[in-house]
Design a protein around this ligand. Sequence first.
Ligand code: SAM
Length: 394
Amino acid sequence: MTPAARTQAAIELLDAVIVAARDGGAAADTIIARYFAQRRYAGSKDRRAVRALVYDAIRLLGERPQSGRAAMLALARDPPELMAHFGAGGHAPEAVADGEPVAETGVAPQWLTERLIAAGLTISDLQALLDRAPLDIRVNPLRSDADSVRSALEGAGPIAGLPMALRLPVDSQIERHPLWNDGAFEVQDAGSQAVSLAAGAAPGMTVVDLCAGGGGKTLALAALMANQGRLIACDADRGRLSRLTPRAERAGVTIAETRLLNPGREAEALEDLTGRADIVLVDAPCSGTGTWRRNPEARWRLTSQRLETLTRLQARLLDVAASLIRPGGSLTYIVCSLLDAEGGDQIERFLADHSGWHAETLALPLGTRHADGMRLTPAHDGTDGFFVAKLHCT
Ligand SMILES: C[S@@+](CC[C@H](N)C(=O)[O-])C[C@H]1O[C@@H](n2cnc3c(N)ncnc32)[C@H](O)[C@@H]1O
């Protein structure tokens, strides 16, 4: 592909990303993978270059742009050599027309920027939400140890405060590394590892991971439990939950049992656990404002209606979780969002509605105190953004 043809490919992809963001379609990564699956003539350098153009344009634009061309014209202001691709002939984009729209640059949609600022973030905190994410792994003590994994992976370095976490050069190809196959490590953001510690899981406990998804935190909990006790991994999404079993096998986790929940009727499938769990972890479905480094187009998807639906679901899941906890047990609530509506406000509501509960003052190796919990941000902690709180039932 010529450089100008790559620019045209990026425009076509951006058009698809914009439509998907508007209509709740596939993620940008999936759209790019599908595009190249149908264009085998594109070599790996072409793919890398086109992908970089698409993501550079997405990161540059806070509001969802009207078209891929408007997005690319905004990017073409700098570096200006991109502008020379327009009208270059062959597979290049058409020449720029007089008065053609150019998308406005920005960090996030106005309404979200306002809410994030209201949650105490600065503009540079917001800008850091769009940095390129590092590649972090969690060493699995059920299969290996941090020194062995570190010496086997080129460029691996420690992360202060997290003895089982290592940070690797961003482009490291590790997903099929022999040590990965052996279950010696999992790819997991350091922030995700830090907030998992908040639950205080220990050997012999009964732990419910209410929103386990593919099991990222379930596996971390199992390691903290030294594979002893009972770990019930639940989710309402059969596909996600089904990915947990092979991962657990690879990681040598034998205590995890999965339970599929019926949305809206979660408590029914958990009746036998009422008042019996030492710990319930609610890694709640959320807007993901803390993970824009990985999915920058997510900020083009979120609407205030979607946010409202999510906050209602989070409140309900907190109530379900509370019913499972034994007296003296604890509930850890996590969201990878930095909006107070999904973080501190949820805890405030919960405490107002549930007498006999209180929030613990957390002391995690990363993060800062925020509302009744702690907050991790890319700018402060070099991790994805999270809010975590721990509630005790007396
Ligand atoms: C933030 S993700 C969980 C990520 C996972 N804990 C991890 O560490 O990889 C939130 C999960 O909540 C699940 N979820 C959505 N609605 C739910 C419900 N009503 N009950 C339980 N889980 C639900 C989603 O399917 C999704 O997997």
